[in-house]
Design a protein around this ligand. Sequence first.
Ligand code: SF4
Length: 209
Amino acid sequence: MKKEEDIFEGGKKLPLLEDFYTIQGEGHYTGFAAYFIRVGGCDIGCKWCDTKFSWNPKIHKLTDINEIITKAKNYPAKTIVVTGGEPTTYNLDYLTSNVRKNGVRTHIETSGVYKLTGEWDWICLSPKQHNKPLKEFYPIANEIKVIIEKEEDLQWAILQAKLVNNNCLLYLQPEWSMFNKIIPFVVDFVKENPKWRISLQAHKFMKIP
Ligand code: SF4
């Protein structure tokens, strides 16, 4: 997909798949309330993707970012999580700078395949083997979240850990549809390699978005 930064009025509009106030279910901020902004559009093509409906940006309503900001600042928890789709497809400068002006923290979840725009308080890099991140993400990621679908993916995780900065938190996340099969390997790995933690998609256990 072509990076769309110049198309949607310099980032003042985004194809919005959905936005909702919920509890973060993955990574370091698991259990914290946040306002999720899921943008439409992704060409990474993960076969396990649970949001395939997000892939085509054209079917999602082009939404004025000021509408999103108004909602974000009125929720009790002052954090937005921008996810997708692949949020780096778009210019996020306008969204993040204006959200921050309203005292709201900015978190992003990205595969890191496109240049990062915007101002971020927390960057979750979820690298994909079949469509690797830009190198510039490794020094700035606050956490990496490697999806583990099969035992061999743990080797990919080890390679990714060598690339990140020293402060970056390391998470392994069992792929949901393979959970029962893969979780024993993930548990054993983390017991042997305790610098890693497990991210469990807690929102799915809670049956919330
Ligand atoms: S990067 Fe995310 S939205 Fe895109 S295909 Fe992979 S899992 Fe789905």
